[in-house]
Design a protein around this ligand. Structure first.
Ligand SMILES: [Zn+2]
Length: 447
């Protein structure tokens, strides 16, 4: 019984689908038939009698009228396909309107829709090669006049495609991580010539600019330095494109921090007052809380204390242990997750140092060594492990779409060695991923 019901349902379903498609097909065929009839009639020089046609095709006058608009659209499309409406074509359009009995509002709507779509297609064709030069802009303007659009109407019609084009232009300009004045000027020019206010174009590109700045700052964080011209460049484009508020503040403070690190590494060291007595002519560069872990063969001891870096030495002081060593005793400095590892020519002081601002601590050691003419500084592991080649950074960045691979955040990003450099991991794209600061810390807690 159930089998029979299913059989009936299936048969009815198939019948329904078949009849639906049959009717659909018949409908389409009849529109074509009506159009053929209309074309024959007007080319014979006769006007359309809607009452007669509707009786002939056993359909509504509305449907005949729809077919008539269709016929007119086909003609108009054909006439504008070469971009020029000749006098003869112009005259023909008038005749068509009359014989088809079209309402002027409908005609204008067809002119509008078809004309704008023609403009858009021509624009798309012209920007296919990634360029829109003066000659092409002039050609577009000719076409606009031919199609009877005002400049404003044409701009509105092309706005969406122009913005996509400008975005593509911008990302091309930003691909080499350097956006020149000429490149910005070119985009401005295209906008201005096409009637889009420069302010609107800039606003449109703001999001892209933020993406570029974020990427460049992340790259600089990897190197832990920023060149002065690059910093100025970033500030300039943020200003140009109206990056403001919290976003500007954050990028601004990142850039200032990186400039500070860069300066320190070059030997322009900060002077701070020391929490303990130093010898004469000794200048204090860093005085901060520090957790020191000794590098023992059997046991590792951890001490909480104060760390000082001066122009002569590094001092550590805690309740249980205190020592100092000369800068010239430092053999190597490397960063291992949250710790800075310092190896010395002697045993006391060898080990891990954890401070709140690791990058700044390393920079101060480097800068102080440089100033003290201890040239090993630039050869420390902390520096060698950096400087992931530019092409590797670019590859990793685009692979991860410029977001943290763990949580998708796109602020405070760092390049992370999947296998740490200190454990033999390499500077290749396979071994590097993007992590945000938070996930980076969580990862280092697990290791
Ligand atoms: Zn994250």
């Amino acid at each position: 019984m159930i089998g029979f019901i299913i059989f009936i349902v299936v048969v009815m379903g198939i019948a329904g689908v078949v009849s639906y498609f049959y009717l659909q097909k018949k409908e389409q065929a009849s529109i074509r038939e009506i159009k053929d009839y209309l074309i024959k009639r007007i080319t014979d020089g006769r006007e359309i009698n809607y009452n007669h046609a509707s009786n002939l095709f056993q359909t509504s006058e509305k449907k005949i009228y729809k077919a008539a608009k269709n016929v007119f659209t086909d003609y108009y499309r054909k006439y504008i396909s070469d971009g020029i409406i000749t006098d003869k074509e112009e005259k023909n359009l008038g005749v068509l309107i009359e014989r088809l009995g079209l309402d002027s509002r409908d005609v204008n709507m067809i002119y509008d829709i078809e004309g704008k779509s023609k403009l858009r297609n021509v624009l798309k064709e012209k920007i296919k090669d990634g360029e829109l030069d003066e000659g092409e802009i002039a050609e577009l303007d000719m076409l606009r006049k031919e199609l009877g659009f005002s400049k404003g109407e044409a701009t509105d019609a092309l706005r969406k495609d122009l913005k996509i084009f400008m975005k593509a232009k911008f990302s091309e300009a930003a691909a080499d991580l350097d956006i020149t004045d000429d490149e910005i000027l070119e985009i401005d020019n295209i906008a201005a010539k096409m009637g889009i206010p420069v302010s609107e174009a800039r606003q449109e590109l703001k999001k892209d600019v933020i993406g570029v700045v974020r990427k460049r700052i992340a790259f600089c964080f990897e190197d832990q330095e920023i060149y002065k011209d690059e910093a100025e460049d970033l500030s300039k484009i943020m200003k140009l494109f109206g990056v403001s508020g919290k976003q500007l503040e954050k990028f601004g403070s990142d850039i200032r921090y990186l400039l500070d690190l860069t300066n320190i590494k070059k030997g322009n060291l900060p002077r701070v007052s020391a929490s303990r007595m130093l010898s004469a002519h000794e200048v204090c560069h860093l005085d901060c809380q520090c957790i020191h872990t000794t590098l023992g063969y059997a046991t590792e001891n951890t001490y909480r204390g104060t760390l000082l870096v001066t122009n002569k030495r590094v001092l550590f002081d805690s309740a249980e242990r205190g020592f100092d060593f000369k800068l010239q005793n430092i053999l190597d400095v490397s960063t291992i997750r949250k710790d800075v590892f310092i190896s010395l020519k002697r045993i006391l002081g060898n080990g891990f140092y954890r401070v709140s601002d690791q990058a700044r601590f390393v920079a101060i050691i480097l800068g102080a060594c440089l100033k003290a003419n201890w040239h090993r500084g630039s050869g420390f592991s902390s520096e060698r492990s950096r400087h992931i080649p530019q092409h590797v950074k670019t590859e990793v960045w685009s692979r991860g779409n410029g977001a943290c691979v763990y949580c998708g955040a796109n602020d405070y990003l760092h390049f992370d060695h999947i296998i740490p450099f200190s454990k033999g991991g390499s500077n290749t794209a396979e071994n590097i991923q993007i992590l945000c600061a938070k996930c980076n810390l969580e990862k280092s807690d697990r290791i």
